[in-house]
Design a protein around this ligand. Structure first.
Ligand SMILES: [Zn+2]
Length: 366
């Protein structure tokens, strides 16, 4: 899943960064390329931990270039791909799990570990990618995106679906991780934290001894995670007055996950994007602030429209707040952010939702 970008393309450097944390010499960072279709996100960071078993945290996408650089980096450390004994996937996006099956086919008898809430997505990568796309169109329809615009979104996604599917591959998950589980090595272990938001099963791995936290896409350097929002059940809950279907509300989850990290005094964050973060509190604060500012902006927009006695749909809010000629991909991301923001504002009692006769949800400042 693409992130909200706030940074320029990285420069060229050796993909293997040996022991970036001197106190943990068995840990290395490998930077793997992303296809040009990812735009300014041109490389993703994965981590190798030497030990028994030889462990990878995330894998990069499934491309020849990514595989070849991973292989070369492991060779520099004295290993072959087939020696990887374990992969811990921070979440079910293809830039994190794309190569697991390829590694197995290269001979690695590895244990694949994923949080239980993302595990099915790893095992059903292609079907799940298609299903989620259709479900997103249904969600946008409920939030007021008109049919011609849905057709444009659909056509754009169809056009990119094949390459998207090729960049990942379904694989069996051997261990479904939960909050508090441990990923063990001979002399230390990593504690699993469930940290939903960017995806439902995003996990963080904490090296408690050294104060390190592997953050995947939940907290990054110079980038902000986007958040998923999708139906989690086929039918509305009977008690829900507007007959809304239950959803995974990613922005609400992200804010709550990040708030739980504040004040934890980590020494360094090891993300999938943006180097190694030496000021963890600042990075966590900045991510929360980014969304706080957007929530305030959306609330102000709703307040203004309430003064005019207008109820609006999420699509009308998008038109009021974003450029109409932005790319389809940006529009999709912004609409999901808006829907997430409306979830947050409604829970805080600042926004009231109603359902119009045509089934579309509208909102007004409460
Ligand atoms: Zn992601």
């Amino acid at each position: 899943m693409r992130k909200v970008r706030t940074r320029a393309r990285a420069g060229t450097a050796s993909p293997l960064r040996r022991s970036p944390v001197p106190e943990r010499p068995a840990l290395h960072q490998v930077t793997l390329p992303l296809p040009s279709s990812w735009g300014s996100l041109d490389r993703v960071q994965v981590y190798v931990i030497e030990g028994d078993p030889l462990t990878l945290i995330d894998t990069g996408v499934r491309t020849d270039a990514s595989r070849s650089i991973l292989e070369g980096s492991l060779e520099e450390l004295g290993y072959g791909l087939a020696e990887i004994g374990r992969v811990v996937v921070t979440h079910a996006h293809r830039d994190h799990m794309g190569l697991v099956q390829t590694l197995r086919e290269a001979g690695a008898e590895l244990e694949c570990c994923v949080h239980e809430a993302d595990a099915d997505r790893v095992e059903r990568y292609a079907e799940e990618t298609r299903e989620r796309f259709d479900a997103t169109l249904d969600l946008f329809r409920e939030y007021g995106v008109p049919e011609p615009r849905l057709e444009v979104i659909s056509a754009s996604r169809e056009e990119h679906l094949e390459s998207r599917l090729a960049e990942g591959e379904a694989t069996v998950v051997d261990r479904r991780l939960r909050e508090g589980d441990r990923v063990g090595f001979k002399h230390f272990d990593l504690r699993v934290h469930h940290s939903p938001g960017h995806t439902p099963g995003h996990l963080l791995l904490e090296d408690e001894e050294l104060g390190l936290l592997f953050t995947g896409d939940q907290v990054m350097g110079q980038a902000i995670p986007n958040t998923e929002n999708f139906y989690s059940a086929p039918l509305p809950e009977p008690a829900e007055p507007l007959r809304r279907r239950p959803r995974f509300e990613g922005l609400r989850a992200l804010r709550s996950s990040l708030r739980a990290l504040r004040g934890r005094r980590f020494r360094r964050l090891l993300p999938a994007y943006g180097g190694i973060l030496q000021r963890p509190d600042r990075a966590i604060h900045d991510t929360l602030l980014y969304y706080d500012v957007r929530l305030q902006r959306i609330e102000r927009g709703l307040k203004h429209l309430a003064a005019l006695d207008q109820d609006v749909t999420a699509f009308e809010l998008w038109k009021a707040l974003f450029r109409e000629d932005e790319s389809i991909d940006d529009m999709r991301t912004h609409l999901l952010t808006l829907i997430g923001a409306l979830d947050c504002l409604e829970v805080d009692g600042l926004v009231v939702a109603e359902r119009r006769a045509d089934g579309v949800l509208t909102f007004h400042h409460g």
